[in-house]
Design a protein around this ligand. Structure first.
Ligand SMILES: Cc1cc2nc3c(=O)[nH]c(=O)nc-3n(C[C@H](O)[C@H](O)[C@H](O)COP(=O)(O)OP(=O)(O)OC[C@H]3O[C@@H](n4cnc5c(N)ncnc54)[C@H](O)[C@@H]3O)c2cc1C
Length: 298
């Protein structure tokens, strides 16, 4: 995450088009022949011999579907459902210099990950509940607040489709009973940890829920969070173009080449066949590197 390969790519002859959005690939005779889109507000066309789509687990299937490529594309979205809570401490413990903290509890992986989240004022404001005066009062004491998360492995499956006419991605996802149990158990475990660390109040992520003020308050949520009353978010999405040789289930072969097309590859988180239950970026990069090396080797 601290190094970019872009200067090396440009030195090797790559041309970078900034602020570009590719709308669709033009297909002809089982091949993609050009990409059409916009860059800095102007139409662009890119002509190529080989096309590698790396637009992420939502936009890659959306782009392929807009281009008429649909077999096993966008049918099996997996993700890590996450909930966030805001913990209030009696003493100041937050600082603008903290940035994105990397602390995590690994003990319950892959089923559950507990961790510390970005805790700037705007981010804390996102996850606070209650009347606006109450939220503003909390934010005035922002240095006593921290945002924390529970991420579950995710046992449901979702879909990515495109809106007819507009082409925007539409994502639907089931939060299963198992997910609701894992998230409830995770909130209880995270609450125990935070109260042990000195928290005096923890926000309740269930809509209309009363904040937790002691470990005994956590008992009700441990069996599971109620259906449809939780603000679930995610930053880890996968598996919308799963790789593999099974033509009935997979969108690409094991190296990312889209089944049924001669020169189109996918190379991003869409390829991961399942939800890993751990931070995905290193796996995404490792798979992408392996596939790029194989493609370069011909
Ligand atoms: C806030 C946040 C924090 C995260 N923290 C971590 C972490 O700490 N550890 C970890 O392991 N993972 C983390 N992740 C997850 C990680 O970033 C992703 O799993 C990873 O970036 C996925 O890589 P990708 O190549 O599939 O997609 P992306 O990295 O999303 O890249 C897709 C690119 O395609 C571009 N694009 C999309 N559509 C088009 C189009 N139509 N035309 C042109 N370009 C397009 C996008 O602008 C983007 O640059 C985090 C994610 C978020 C959002």
């Amino acid at each position: 995450m601290s190094e970019t390969l872009i200067p090396r790519a440009r030195a090797a002859g790559a041309e970078l088009v900034a602020e570009a959005r590719i709308d669709r690939l033009v297909l002809h005779g089982g091949r993609a022949v050009e990409a059409r889109g916009q860059a800095a507000g102007r139409p662009i066309r890119i002509v190529f011999r080989t096309c590698v789509v790396c637009a992420g687990a939502v936009q890659t299937p959306a782009l392929l579907r807009r281009s008429g490529v649909t077999r096993n594309i966008g049918d099996t979205l997996r993700l890590h459902p996450m909930v966030r809570v805001v913990a209030r401490f009696s003493r100041e413990m937050n600082d603008p210099r903290y940035g994105v903290p990397a602390e995590q509890v690994e003990e319950f992986k892959p089923r559950l990950t507990l961790g510390c989240s970005h805790s700037s004022v705007p981010h804390a404001a996102l996850w606070l509940d209650g009347p606006s005066e109450q939220r503003l009062a909390s934010l005035r004491e922002w240095r006593k607040l921290g945002v924390f998360y529970v991420a579950a492995v995710g046992t449901g499956s979702g879909r990515v489709r495109v809106l007819p006419g507009l082409g925007s991605a539409v994502v639907t996802m089931d939060v299963t009973d198992e997910d609701r149990h894992n998230l409830g158990d995770g909130i209880a475990k995270l609450g125990e940890l935070l109260f042990s660390a000195g928290a005096i109040e923890i926000s309740n992520p269930v809509a209309g829920g009363v904040p937790f003020r002691s470990t005994s308050d956590l008992a009700a949520i441990r069996p599971g969070v109620p259906h449809g009353r939780l603000a679930v978010s995610t930053i880890h999405l996968f598996s919308t173009c799963p790789m593999g040789e099974d033509l009935a289930r997979c969108a690409t072969d094991s190296l990312g080449k889209v089944h049924g097309l001669d020169n189109v590859y996918v190379n991003d988180a869409s390829l991961l066949p399942l939800s890993p239950g751990v931070n995905p970026q290193e796996t995404v990069l490792a798979v992408a590197r392996r596939n790029a090396m194989a493609l370069a080797a011909g």
